[in-house]
Design a protein around this ligand. Structure first.
Ligand SMILES: *Cc1c(COP(=O)(O)O)cnc(C)c1O
Length: 399
């Protein structure tokens, strides 16, 4: 049969109602354990000689349906569900490294990923380097004999810098080093790192995949061999397994991923144009903005720019905070990818743990605002932003 389109797979792949008494919606197998028909069957299951479920932390049919679906959507061999995005990140990095190894990272990682890398250095002497990854030479210069993986986020939060994944994968292949991509900010609808030659994809499914701000979860996709290794070691024994109800919420969220991503992206593009024209705004950051220095790369590897934008309000930190306080219905909150537009102040919230000097180097000033465009009418989002921007102190705004 002809390969079905993404919009169809996102609804169907990995689940057949015929196997579940005709239930159109994937049933939630709310159970902690699974019964064996005989002692011998239990023995065979534990020995891995017979497929089948054993215990909730080792697998669940609702979670399996989601795992199959995300693997197909990312064009990978296998998928694995986790309790949180960070459970997926930690299980992956611990599986890929041993004491004294080295990890080469993109600059500006998710705060808790940065925290985990710090912990791995303190406890196991696993060192990390953070580089811009804007040329093959620069990547080659930083690869060491003990480099065990390359870890990339693109677009980078919150400044929306884009890294050329095909280029990173090409260099990594020369050294036979796996490339891990945190694909949270794009979702598989907009960017598929495995198609670009990368090896492993991670998602905080909390964001676009869930899409409704009601679940915290993580997903991992890669080669069958690597996924089973993680499933049988760093997931099974550390224990960050996904709950069946969360898997059900994500299966439900995924069905509308393509239409949500189209809308999030369309709204973001329009709001970016409005922001750029406003006198009290400077430096607007968005992957699909023509003025973004990485525009060409973004166009090459992403279908659309997604819903997150960042911009600076003229003035100082206080002005930026007052800008947030004056918003009428847009919500001040961290996270992204929800139906609601949510907006935050990275320097004092998501990136507060990063020392000010490093923050400045990453482009995170005290007036930077990050916003995740929701599914509301763009006119209403803009009206709320505009009334608050208009009130930015005009004398301060000269800065
Ligand atoms: C939110 C996020 C994470 C962590 O995911 P949780 O589900 O909160 O554990 C990791 N990476 C990125 C890019 C994120 O935005």
């Amino acid at each position: 049969m002809k390969k079905r389109n993404f919009e169809t797979e996102v609804v169907h792949v990995g689940y057949d109602s015929k196997d579940h008494l005709g239930s159109l919606s994937t049933p939630i197998y709310q159970t902690s354990t699974f019964t064996f028909e005989s002692a011998e069957q239990g023995e065979r299951r534990f020995a891995g000689e017979e497929d089948g479920y054993i215990y909730g932390r080792l697998g669940n049919p609702t979670v399996s349906a989601l795992q199959e679906r995300i693997a197909a959507l990312e064009n990978g061999e296998a998928g694995l569900g986790f309790a949180t995005g960070m459970a997926a990140v930690s299980a992956t990095l611990i599986a890929l490294t041993k004491a004294n190894d080295h990890i080469l990272c993109s600059q500006g990682l998710y705060g808790c990923t940065f925290g985990l890398l710090t912990l791995m250095e303190d406890k196991y002497n696993i060192k990390s380097d953070f580089i811009s990854m804007d040329s093959e030479e620069q990547i080659r210069e930083h690869i060491l004999p003990e480099t065990s993986c390359i870890y990339v986020e693109t677009p980078i939060n919150p400044t929306m810098k884009v890294i050329d994944l095909e280029m990173v994968a090409r260099v990594a292949k020369e050294y036979d080093i796996p490339v891990v991509v945190d694909n949270t900010f794009s979702s598989p609808y907009l960017q598929r790192p495995l198609d670009l030659g990368c090896d492993i994809v991670i998602h905080s499914a909390t964001k676009y995949i869930g899409g409704h701000g009601d679940v915290v979860a993580g997903l991992l996709v890669g080669k069958e061999e690597f996924i089973s290794e993680v499933a049988m070691t760093t997931q099974k024994d550390i224990g960050g397994a996904m709950s069946p109800f969360d898997a059900w919420l994500l299966l439900r969220g995924l069905k509308t991923l393509p239409i949500r991503m189209e809308r999030h992206s369309q709204t973001a593009e329009t709001i970016v144009d409005q922001l750029k024209a406003h006198p009290n705004v400077k430096n607007v950051y968005y992957p699909f903005d023509r003025d973004n220095p990485d525009y060409e790369i973004a166009q090459k590897q992403m279908k659309l720019g997604a819903g997150v934008i960042a911009f600076e309000v003229k003035g100082d930190k206080k002005e930026a905070q007052q800008f947030l306080n004056r918003l009428s219905f847009l919500k001040i909150a961290v996270s992204l990818g929800d139906a609601e537009t949510i907006i935050q102040h990275p320097a004092s919230m998501t990136h507060a743990v990063v020392p000010e000097e490093t923050r400045e180097k990453m482009g995170i000033s005290n007036t930077l605002i990050r916003m995740s465009c929701g599914l509301e009418a763009w006119e209403d989002i803009w009206n709320d932003l505009e009334q608050s921007l208009n009130a930015v102190n005009a004398t301060e705004a000269k800065m």
